[in-house]
Design a protein around this ligand. Sequence first.
Ligand code: HPA
Length: 246
Amino acid sequence: MSGTLAIIGGTGLTELPGLTISAAHDIQTPFGAPSAPVLEGELNGLRVLFIARHGHPHKIPPHQVNYRANLWALQKLYATDVIAVNAVGGISKNMKPGTLISPAQIIDYSFGRESTIFDGEFAPLSHIDFSFPYTETLRAELVRSAAKVDQKVINGGVYGVSQGPRLETAAEIFRMERDGCDIVGMTGMPEACLARELKLNFASLGLVVNSAAGKGASAITLKDIDDHLSAGMQRVRLILSQLVVD
Ligand code: HPA
């Protein structure tokens, strides 16, 4: 990694063991306070930034995360590349719990979230190109680093972003499947478009923690999600530690 990596930790990753913390930045932004102090430290000997998307302890629901403040704070601390870690539900057949994926595309079904810094107040109105919402080179790097530590990350796929905090109905998931979504989560947007507006390289590392509604053999239980989260996030940490030194 030639620039400074920032990690946005999601559900199951509110802390980053292995990070030697040198500072906790309480940053105020034009958009208010970020979800938590931005931690600065060293991972595998290199400078990284870390922020817990839902706060630490985990308490901010997906639709109330101050995505603008979080991204702005990371940029202010000179992040160049951002990896967003997302726990997601699996829609396509191959998206079984435990699968890791770096999606290439997004369909946004969320609503009512502050989703631009170009609001005419903070910055003049502007329209970003968002045809390819993730940074291809960063995704490729992520997949390569994962392979070095024997972890398979599927390169590509469509991330459907739901509003939450409830999980979806089975019919909503079938609609998303017809639309072409492979995974579903609640936090993919507006994080990705804000990163683009701020000219940050951005990729998602998604961990499938359950089969989406109507896709599994039984109802979704939080216990199942938790089991997949703790095992999967160990692998996520391994991959991120490798990514910083590559
Ligand atoms: N739906 C939406 N978000 C999620 C899911 C899901 O099934 N699992 C983890 N985050």
